[in-house]
Design a protein around this ligand. Sequence first.
Ligand SMILES: [Zn+2]
Length: 61
Amino acid sequence: MLCTHSPQCPEADDPHCCSAHVAYDRSDQGWCRLCNGVILFDDGLYLAPDGHVETVPLLSA
Ligand SMILES: [Zn+2]
């Protein structure tokens, strides 16, 4: 995938992956796709590009 943001968004396997920019916002349906391919749901879960679902880590930064 191609990230044109600066600084670059974290990769999908990065602990901070959910802080990537929103590439496609469907918050009206409860989800959005981030620049790094992560699908972020509004119930605190995200779907990684490799197909596994994880809880969004709560990061203080
Ligand atoms: Zn990006």
